[in-house]
Design a protein around this ligand. Structure first.
Ligand code: ADP
Ligand code: MG
Ligand code: MG
Length: 908
């Protein structure tokens, strides 16, 4: 890069240099401001300083970057002056600017905007005279000092209860004047605020508020660049997988004023409902207000559309007459502006072919657009909008599939309140249904405490007056969020929807006392730690804990799944150990069982007694006696699974864990066991000692058990074949696949296969009929992958056990990795938790190699994956590329895997 590079891009009515496809360079906000200019939409003129300048800034600091961009910024300001017919820094006709950050991906509330920049003690008089409105000028000035003091001069609260020191001063003044709202303060009050704010800044920072507009501008530009690296921006990027290296652009733009009186306003709107996805233009606005007032939840905003306003009134229990008088919609208040806004919104949605989140300001009857972007939305809205836009012919099938992030489907599968429990519950308060879902938890009032409590495994509901970006981490661990102030577009609402987290906002009846750590609703006190429940779909708040029930696939979700199935190549099976799990997974679209862990059946009820008898037995005949008791129980289990998956493959893995897992390790339980089984405590202790292993995960487990004790394998094989034949006799189409765990050599597999085949022949001879079955192996030791060709000659299918394969390939114990993995992730040793998303470059190589080797000796050999990775979208994409036949995952992840498989097939 050299000094002649272009860093500044103009936008306005006269000239626009950027466009929507320049997001990497101009950030999302800057690129779309330019695009709106190109579409002929009214946007205040301005210019964008590119993300490349931010990168330079991060690497080299202020002075070199000033040299690079100074002339271009001067030229940009001159351009805006010419477009607006005002002069920056002028005492009589001052041009005021906003300075706004904007990265490639939208990071709401992450980096603060400064409005009304360019004001000082002279310019404020000029502004007042020019607008013939003294109150407006001083209101703008005090807002500017507030924002600049916070963002650039770094004025922070002195305690966490203080929240915002400027607001404290405003509240004191309001109290003194006996008024409720900011809008009730008059010009002289605002003048007083300006003086007080300046003194506060001087006292707390030791610096005077800068009077030179250019000094103000450069201070703001650097602050935006620096804010890219502030703590909350970093947290947001971490939570959302946004690279730290991108940088932010800076948008410098002429101000338009929503605080010029009753014909001015500011607002935000969505082209569709961000909570439900309904195709309904909706939004909120405030009359005589500026910028962040709507988002910050300072006053309860009004609804943009009449329909929205009526719905709001119903929820807030405001009578129609009262609504029309005190909270009229923009549609009623300024019908012409509303029509124009609707037109802009339609134009933008059709242009971007996605739900738009727009920001606008009305200055004395003229509508200005300040931002448009693809709106954040809940998982449910994501699905509905994609499917409806497909239906409306706005997007094609592949685009619809790509519009939904598989992980977000989680939200649609998550529990809702059990209607029965809900019927008897009485709401204690009502707010806005800001983000759907059901949540019960204990009240906490501070974000850092939400984190601390959640760490201890507690379910918490974060209750706040309103939330701010500092609360992000606390919000992300809370089960739900309740705020007393703020609308559907408040910080809490927007962030909660982005996280897919249940949120009720603007519950006016809730009075929060941060110092006392209580909330009061209609005379009732609730303290920190009390249980409450939130319904984010209705806005209701309940006392106590309400039971929840599972959701179902239907409507647009069902259609999205059907569409996924048309595009995907990978089959999606499920990991299921019980008929109930199998049926649920089947209803979520699983086409078979990829992993049944037979040992899970060993723990339940009476069975564990027989299992322990087998473990305590002195010899083979003793073991056989105990196994004979288990046989009918196992057979019954398998019958249930075959019935639940008629016509679909059911993969059954033979006993896998080390035997010590089945006997109690503590003295008290051992005594109970001794009494139950009529054996001496000494005998139990001796056996437990014998079973003790230093490294159980690499110990006596998997096929090693079956090789030491073939009678266990015999019993399991017999249970499978008898169950299969029994079910077939009932007309069920049985497709059994038997899987040998933890194989490392062909010989190991052969030893087990011989036992299984012998049992099969015996059962078939007894019954006089044959049940076709497949006999395959897990590939989960690195050695098995390395010699997959020799194993493939004897095994009829492979299933990658990627949990063990990861553990053994990386040499990370799955049970101990939590101790060091966070450090590894922080230091970039691995980019993601390798137990969650497959290590493609390492473990993935083994998978690819084994597939290739297996197919080289047995063309068409069936290969699948079972284990956590089967439900991770990035891993699913990798398995698709590796040419696997199926992935198998837990029932709740089946829909996620289906969509991820479709996206992989169309090449996202
Ligand atoms: P964020 O990225 O947090 O949404 P923005 O840069 O969009 O921050 O600014 C927040 C709000 O400030 C905008 O929605 C708008 O209401 C107001 N604002 C920004 N620039 C201007 C401007 N030039 N004139 C009037 N209001 C503005
Ligand atoms: Mg914005
Ligand atoms: Mg395993």
């Amino acid at each position: 890069m050299n000094a002649s590079s272009k860093f500044v891009y103009l936008f306005g009515s006269g000239r626009t240099e950027g466009s929507a496809d320049m997001k990497n360079l101009l950030g999302g906000k800057g690129a779309n401001l330019a695009e709106m200019c190109r579409l002929g939409i009214a946007v205040p003129s301005g210019f964008t300083i590119s993300t490349e300048a931010c990168t330079e800034f991060t690497q080299r600091g202020r002075t070199p970057v000033l040299a690079l961009i100074e002339a271009q910024v001067l030229h940009g300001v001159a351009f805006v002056e010419a477009e607006m017919g005002r002069k920056f820094g002028d005492a009589t006709n001052p041009l005021l600017l906003s300075v706004r950050s904007g990265a490639r991906a939208s990071m709401p509330g992450m980096m603060d905007t400064i409005l009304n920049l360019g004001l000082n003690d002279q310019a404020v008089l000029g502004l007042a005279a020019k607008a013939n409105n003294e109150r407006f000028a001083w209101d703008s000035y005090r807002r500017f000092i507030q924002m600049y003091g916070d963002v650039v001069m770094n004025l922070k609260p002195s305690s966490k209860e203080e929240h915002d020191p400027f607001e404290v001063i405003i509240d004191m003044l309001k109290e003194k004047r006996g008024v409720q709202l900011d809008t009730d303060l008059d010009a002289s009050d605002l003048k007083e605020l300006v003086q007080r704010f300046k003194s506060l800044i001087r006292a707390r920072t030791g610096h005077d508020f800068p009077t030179d507009p250019w000094e103000q501008l450069w201070g703001a530009i650097w602050a935006v660049f620096e804010s890219w690296n502030n703590e909350r921006a970093k947290i947001y990027r971490e939570l959302n997988d946004i690279p730290q290296s991108w940088g932010t652009a800076v948008n410098v733009q002429a101000m338009v004023f929503g605080n010029l009186g009753d014909h001015s306003a500011t607002g935000v709107a969505f082209s569709r409902d961000a909570g439900t996805g309904e195709d309904l233009f909706n939004g909120e606005f405030l009359v005589n207000a500026q910028g962040e007032d709507v988002v910050a939840g300072v006053r309860t905003p009004q609804q943009v559309s009449l329909l929205g306003s009526r719905r709001w009134a119903e929820l807030a229990q405001v009578a129609e007459a009262e609504r029309a008088r005190s909270f009229p919609s923009l549609e009623e208040l300024m019908p012409d502006i509303y029509t124009q806004l609707l037109h802009f919104e339609t134009t933008l949605e059709n242009h971007f072919k996605d739900m738009q989140d727009i920001e606008f300001t009305i200055q004395e009857g003229k509508l200005w657009m300040l931002q448009t972007r693809n709106g954040k939305r809940t998982g449910a809205a994501m699905v509905r909008i994609a499917m409806e836009m497909l239906q409306q012919g706005m997007i094609d099938e592949k685009t619809a599939l790509q519009r939904v992030s598989p992980d977000r489907l989680n939200e649609l599968l998550h529990p809702i309140f059990d209607p029965k429990a809900l019927a008897s519950a009485v709401p204690i308060a009502r707010g806005l249904p800001a983000s759907p879902g059901a949540a019960s938890g204990q009240i906490v009032f501070f974000a850092d405490e939400a984190e601390a409590w959640a760490k201890k495994g507690k379910a918490v509901i974060l209750v706040r007056q309103e939330t701010s970006p500092e609360d992000l981490r606390g919000m992300s661990v809370a089960k739900g969020i309740l705020t007393a102030r703020g609308g559907m577009t408040s910080h809490a609402a927007v962030v909660a929807r982005g996280m897919g987290k249940c949120c009720v906002s603007g519950a006016g009846a809730v009075h929060v006392d941060m110092k006392a750590r209580t909330m009061t609703i209609g005379g009732m006190d609730y303290a920190e730690g009390d249980w409450i429940s939130l319904n984010g779909s209705t806005g209701e708040v309940f006392e106590g804990k309400i039971t929840t029930k599972n959701a179902e696939l239907s409507g647009d979700f069902g259609r999205l799944m059907a569409l996924s199935d048309r595009y995907k190549r990978l089959e999606v099976r499920t990991n299921a150990d019980t008929p109930e799990e199998a049926r649920m997974a089947h209803s979520f679209g699983a086409t078979g069982i990829g992993l049944c862990r037979t040992e899970h059946m060993f723990f339940e009820g009476e069975r564990i007694v027989a299992v322990r008898e087998m473990i305590l037995a002195d010899d083979e005949s003793g073991r056989r006696k105990a196994l004979a008791k288990l046989l009918p129980i196992q057979r019954g289990d398998f019958e249930g699974l075959f019935a639940a998956m008629s016509g679909l493959p059911v993969t059954i893995r033979l006993l896998d864990p080390p035997l010590h897992e089945f006997v109690p390790q503590d003295d008290a339980s051992q005594r109970v066991m001794a009494a139950d089984m009529h054996v001496s405590l000494g005998k139990i202790k001796m056996r437990v000692d014998e079973l003790h292993e230093f490294n159980p995960m690499m110990g006596h487990r998997g096929c090693r058990l079956g090789i030491s004790y073939p009678e266990i394998t015999e019993m399991q094989a017999r249970a499978i074949f008898e169950a299969g034949l029994n079910m077939r006799a009932k007309g069920i189409d049985v497709k059994a696949e038997i899987m040998v765990p933890l194989v490392g050599t062909a010989r190991e597999f052969n030893l087990q296969a011989a036992v299984i085949r012998r049992v099969a022949d015996a059962v078939f001879a007894e019954r006089g009929e044959v049940l076709p079955y497949l006999l395959g192996t897990m590939i989960e030791t690195p050695r098995a992958a390395l010699v997959a060709d020799s194993i493939g000659k004897v095994a009829e299918f492979f299933s990658f056990g990627t949990n063990d394969l990861t553990q053994m390939t990386l040499g990370f114990s799955r049970d101990d990795a939590a101790k060091f993995l966070p450090d590894y992730l922080k230091n970039g040793v691995y980019e993601q938790d390798p137990f969650r998303s497959i290590d493609q470059t390492g473990v993935g190589m083994l998978v690819q190699m084994a597939v290739q080797k297996g197919r080289s000796v047995r063309p068409g050999i069936e290969v699948g994956v079972c284990g956590e990775h089967g439900g991770d979208p990035a891993s699913v994409a990798f398995f698709h590329r590796a040419g696997l036949d199926y992935v198998s995952c837990s029932p709740y992840r089946v829909p996620i895997a289906r969509l991820a498989a479709a996206q992989a097939a169309i090449g996202v």
